[in-house]
Design a protein around this ligand. Structure first.
Ligand code: FAD
Ligand code: NAI
Length: 510
């Protein structure tokens, strides 16, 4: 009887929680679809131009009270991309649209309307305070180039792929930064597989086509190699068994180990897991040249000597980190104080671009002393949002104080009331003006390493916790799910995970 009662209660609680969760999701979805009416921005307000729709800029937009400024957003991409799950899109574990959030939806939920232009900022003139924008999309109208004046400018254009000028990289390899890159990789994997399975294919050619080479053992390269091996083990092996013994993933890294930013224990764990997964790791190997079918690399031998190796490949994914975008390089040359900047725009502790007025930078294009990660970019964007909200409040308070002071001189009768209001406004002003400089709070690093295992270096109390394995993988999944931009993204990602688990990944080549 007692057991039955406990069971009944457990069932009731589960049922009520499920109903609650579904109800809450429906409420959020309804609110998303029926936003409050928006009002037009006041043209007398300052124009705040934001470049980019990535982690930094979108975090800023989320926090910003848009009614205080005329906000203009410029980006060649009319969506936000949740990059941490991008490696999963290369194999179809997640469909690419599930991790994209249209910027129009984001902006529609702001109190005051925000202008968005799908364009690339091609140059910034800090003296005239204008930016030039160009529409480089497929369809262009009569006007595809114009200028936008700004009072305040935030640069959040991110970074491009580093190739270090190595010959052949741009022509022959795939990168992994944007949605288009993931789609291209997905297509190419299956093209390699289908070509290897072609009637009468030569043995050497099958080996080459089935060899997937990843250059760069940072988190991007490691996560992609893990996803690729999963795809092979869980799907390709079953669907194209005749060529499966020839499938091989090789990860090439110039340094002595992969994941240099993780703790030693997790580096060892990752390298051991890769060995078990049969991913070949070639460390101390620096790629020097790439052709359409081979990678040429220099291997540092233990005796200190160097050896040149030629590695044939079918698919080559290049993930060797970030380089500065042309627009940022161009701005650097215009600001004398930035003459020593190599990795991006040097910013001060309030993220103001050094040597400029009214220009701020966030994320991968800013050098503030932190790693180029989404975590840093979003905290910086959030900080700027608060800063701008405070600046607007300060201006409002100051003009109100001025107005009250002049009133006090004219009408002596109201002066007691006005003095009281001034005192309270000044108190608020002191609090608002006391903005602390930006401080990054590191929440930890997470990376998926394949076969349902992940590694995590997370801050725990005052110390650090390094863990790896299947439980960490569940933590990885729930952490990324909770970080997804919207409820829509979250629901789509969960459905994709369930779909690929139940039916396998879709191997059709679009
Ligand atoms: P981005 O997010 O790159 O956004 C830049 C924006 O600027 C884009 O909208 C772009 O279209 C736009 N833009 C470009 N040029 C111009 C121009 N000329 N004018 C106007 N707009 C322009 N970090 C983590 O912390 N955790 C992770 O798990 C993680 N996983 C990752 C996985 C992958 C595959 C990759 C590639 C990166 C990952 N990162 C991760 C790093 C993270 O994505 C970046 O640090 C982050 O995107 C930086 O944000 P950002 O706003 O500076 O730039
Ligand atoms: P990265 O800069 O972290 O790693 C690139 C690697 O390529 C380096 O280890 C470098 O030694 C190697 N390399 C460079 N040139 C080479 C050559 N010619 N031959 C062989 N190896 C070469 O780049 P990645 O992985 O793209 O990451 C970029 C940023 O995004 C980092 O800050 C990273 O932390 C962040 N990120 C974080 C993720 C996570 O937390 N899960 C996932 C992906 C990226």
């Amino acid at each position: 009887g007692r057991l039955r009662r406990t069971f009944r209660w457990a069932w009731r609680i589960t049922y009520l929680s499920a109903v609650g969760l579904v109800g809450y999701t429906c409420y959020i979805v309804y609110q998303d679809r029926h936003p409050e009416p928006q009002f037009e921005p006041d043209p007398t307000k300052k124009t705040l131009v934001i470049l980019g729709t990535g982690w930094g800029s979108v975090a800023l937009l989320k926090k910003l009270d848009t009614e205080n400024y005329n906000v203009v957003v410029v980006s060649p991409r009319n969506y936000f991309l949740f990059t941490p799950l991008l490696p999963s899109c290369t194999t179809g574990t997640i469909e690419h649209r599930s991790i994209m959030e249209p910027v129009r939806t984001i902006l529609r939920h702001k109190k005051a309307a925000v202008k968005f232009y799908e364009a690339e900022a091609s140059s910034i003139d800090p003296d005239r305070k204008v930016i030039k924008i160009v529409d480089n999309s497929e369809i262009q109208g009569a006007t595809s180039e114009t200028e936008i004046p700004y009072d305040m400018l935030v640069i959040g254009v991110g970074a491009e792929n580093a190739t270090f000028g190595i010959p052949g990289v741009r022509e022959h390899s795939c990168f992994l930064k944007e949605i288009g890159d993931a789609q291209q990789i997905r297509k190419k994997i299956m093209d390699c597989v289908e070509t290897a399975a072609f009637k009468g294919q030569t043995s050497d050619e099958i080996d080459r086509l089935m060899h997937m080479v990843v250059v760069g053992g940072g988190p991007t390269g490691v996560e992609f190699a893990g996803e690729l091996q999963d795809f092979f083990e869980e799907d390709i092996k079953k669907l194209v068994p005749e060529i499966s013994p020839r499938f091989k993933v090789t990860l090439i890294e110039a340094l002595p180990n992969v994941l240099p930013s993780f703790s030693k224990q997790l580096i060892d764990y990752t390298e051991n897991t890769f060995r078990e997964e049969k991913i070949d790791i070639k460390t101390k190997t620096m790629v020097k040249r790439v052709t359409d079918t081979t990678v040429e690399a220099e291997v540092s031998r233990p005796d200190g000597g160097k050896e040149r190796v030629v590695i044939p490949y079918g698919l080559l994914v290049w993930a060797t980190g970030n380089a500065v975008r042309p627009i940022v390089k161009d701005l650097i040359t215009k600001i004398p104080a930035q003459k020593d900047s190599r990795r991006g725009l040097a910013v001060n502790e309030y993220l103001v671009v050094q040597g400029t007025r009214d220009i701020w930078a966030v994320g991968d294009c800013a050098v503030a002393g932190y790693a180029p990660t989404a975590q840093v970019a979003s905290q910086e964007g959030n900080f700027l949002g608060r800063l701008f909200n405070n600046m607007a409040k300060t201006e409002n308070h100051e003009s109100r104080i001025q107005e009250l002071s002049s009133k006090m001189n004219l009408q002596a009768g109201d002066s007691a009331e006005a003095a009281h209001e001034i005192e309270s406004l000044e108190k608020q002003l002191r609090r608002i003006k006391d903005i602390k400089p930006f401080r990054y709070s590191h929440q930890g690093s997470l990376a998926y390493i394949g076969s349902e295992k992940a590694v995590a270096d997370v801050s725990w109390w005052n110390g650090n916790l390094a863990t790896g394995g299947s439980l960490t993988y569940l933590f990885w999944r729930s952490a990324y799910l909770s970080m997804c931009f919207s409820t829509r993204n979250r629901v789509l990602v969960i459905l994709d995970w369930l779909k690929s688990k139940a039916f396998g990944r879709d191997v059709s080549r679009e």
